[in-house]
Design a protein around this ligand. Structure first.
Ligand SMILES: [Zn+2]
Length: 306
């Protein structure tokens, strides 16, 4: 395979665009905080600016296409971002069609958790297994599953929202309609919400502040412990439902990764129905680039998409 593609990752707080080679190697990368007030409506100001800047700097030769990973739900078949809970107005709508018109190359839109899983199963530690689950813990929590080099989907490209399965029925209410889904307890925004409600951090703090405060503040320690326990429960449920050979953890709201991985391994260690060969629990090695790499892969290895 030759050529390259543009991988775009639209998260709850930032946008990243990258040049990704057909080997999965990452070239030039541009990152910016999400700017809800720039552009918007028809011209998608920030997105088109960033992709345009990347293409300009990437010299001659056109990309195979633009793959976009976006915080969900998205409609991959129609190329539409619709969730009013995770992205500002300026990043919603028929993003795929607008970028195709702007740059004249094919565009595919994917849920960010599925894109991260596609990245992890391409050049990450998950490349060696048949069934991989990748959990992204950031502003929200998502989980993508790859089986036989294909993204596992529901009807019409639907992304199964494992981040919203319930781990504590008496937990906090979530915008998804459930109480105590894993996202409502363990996402970056959930730990900030809980810590600021306890008066332990300021309302505008980030998840990293809560994880740092856990070393000295008992409230934050309890909140982080609860978050990690919820994720360990989620992984156990995932193993029970899907029997993956590997679970990869990625995202910027993990806290002390060693603590989390140990807790998950401990939980899995006492579980009877571990699939043959065991379940490997790994941290991502793609340094926050899994979404961009996986999104670009959609254009370079279209088989993973279907
Ligand atoms: Zn939820």
């Amino acid at each position: 395979v030759t050529g390259w593609a543009v991988g775009v990752d639209i998260g709850g707080t930032g946008v990243r665009v990258a040049q990704v080679a057909a080997t999965g190697a990452v070239g030039r990368v541009l990152s910016e905080p999400l700017d809800a007030h720039r552009g918007g409506g028809r011209d998608l100001g920030q997105l088109t600016d960033m992709v345009g800047a990347l293409l300009e700097k990437s010299g001659p030769g056109r990309p195979a296409g633009i793959g976009i990973a976006a915080t969900g739900p998205v409609d991959p078949e129609r190329g539409v971002i619709s969730n009013r809970h995770t992205l500002p107005e300026s990043f919603r709508g028929p993003v795929g069609r607008r970028l195709e018109q702007a740059f004249g190359v094919p565009v595919r839109l994917e849920n960010d958790a599925d894109a991260a899983a596609a990245g992890e199963s391409w050049t990450g530690p998950g490349a060696t297994v048949e069934i991989l689950a990748c959990i992204t813990i950031g502003t929200g929590i998502g989980c993508g599953v790859i089986r036989g080099a294909k993204i596992v989907r529901g009807p019409r490209g639907w992304h199964p929202e494992f981040g919203h399965h319930v781990v504590d029925p008496s937990g906090p209410p979530c915008y998804c309609g459930a109480r105590g889904c894993v996202e409502s307890i363990a996402s970056g925004s959930a730990v900030v919400r809980a810590a600021s409600a306890a008066g332990a951090v300021a309302a505008d703090a980030g998840a990293a502040d809560v994880f740092a405060a856990a070393a000295r503040d008992p409230d934050c320690r309890v909140i982080v412990g609860r978050a990690h326990s919820a994720i360990a429960t989620a992984v156990l449920n995932l193993v029970a439902a899907l029997a993956p050979q590997m679970v990869v953890l990625t995202g910027n709201a993990i806290g002390r990764p060693g603590d989390l991985v140990r807790q998950i391994r401990r939980r899995l260690g006492s579980y009877l129905f571990t699939p043959p060969g065991g379940v490997r629990v790994r941290l991502s090695e793609l340094g926050g680039m899994a979404g961009c790499i996986g999104a670009a892969r959609l254009m370079l290895e279209p088989g993973v998409w279907s």
